[in-house]
Design a protein around this ligand. Sequence first.
Ligand SMILES: NC(=O)C1=CN([C@@H]2O[C@H](COP(=O)(O)OP(=O)(O)OC[C@H]3O[C@@H](n4cnc5c(N)ncnc54)[C@H](O)[C@@H]3O)[C@@H](O)[C@H]2O)C=CC1
Ligand SMILES: O=C(O)C1=N[C@H](C(=O)O)C[C@H](O)C1
Length: 246
Amino acid sequence: MTLRVAVIGAAGRMGQQVVEAVERADGLELAGRFDVGDDLGDLGGADVAVEFTVPGATLANVLHCVEQGVHAVVGTTGWTDESMSQVRAALAVQPKVGVLIAPNFAIGAVLTMRFAAQAARFYESVEVIELHHPDKVDAPSGTAIRTAEVIAEARRSAAVPPAPDATTSALDGARGAQVDGVPVHAVRLRGLVAHEEVLFGSPGETLTIRHDSYDRASFMPGVLAGVRGVVDRPGLTVGLEEILDL
Ligand SMILES: NC(=O)C1=CN([C@@H]2O[C@H](COP(=O)(O)OP(=O)(O)OC[C@H]3O[C@@H](n4cnc5c(N)ncnc54)[C@H](O)[C@@H]3O)[C@@H](O)[C@H]2O)C=CC1
Ligand SMILES: O=C(O)C1=N[C@H](C(=O)O)C[C@H](O)C1
């Protein structure tokens, strides 16, 4: 069966790549391209909508998809517990519809989060550095926030004490943002696409886990897996790892 796919945010960096990936993919057909100011309507009769827009627009777009009975694959950042609850409430009245929200569709980024969660309980210190192109509007990245959260969760479960840090005097921002007790630093640099380092330290050793997306092509296999997977997963799924059975 051919799946009809609409792309919301189709004029953006990710949206353009998704349009091309859908057009090239077996068993998928482009149902429509939508960007800012367009009436989403019935999403061109799509079965699935892929949404890569901006944090301020994504919730309304996803709620519209759910109301229309269209499954959604969402890569936009800025999701909170509160906005996800609104999606769950909308899905409760559309029980056949699936929504997948993933902070990162690159397999290496998903594995980085998984490996970081595994390593977290063994080290005293941990810091996350995300590095992106300078046109990115949000910081820290959604991926870095999720990475810090899974690390913090693993450290809590293993009763690891807070990381040592004797710094008592610092310029604002010098120690990064605290995400669930984990310092997260954001670099914006022309030439980069999307990169993340997780640094762990204990007496006498460090462990660095690094992932690099050099091209947005890196996200496309995950997006297409999400499109094919979401139609059989009613309700809200958070994270590509669920679709990949990691
Ligand atoms: N989950 C993942 O794997 C990835 C997530 N992202 C995230 O995806 C989002 C988009 O990233 P980029 O494509 O780089 O941004 P971009 O700025 O290149 O594209 C965003 C597009 O959304 C459009 N847009 C804005 N408001 C809209 C609305 N209300 N309805 C429809 N379209 C609207 C803009 O006109 C623009 O064309 C960001 O939140 C970014 O962090 C980016 C890369 C990978
Ligand atoms: O804006 C980007 O480019 C990216 N955004 C996502 C994020 O904030 O985690 C995913 C990836 O890092 C690229």
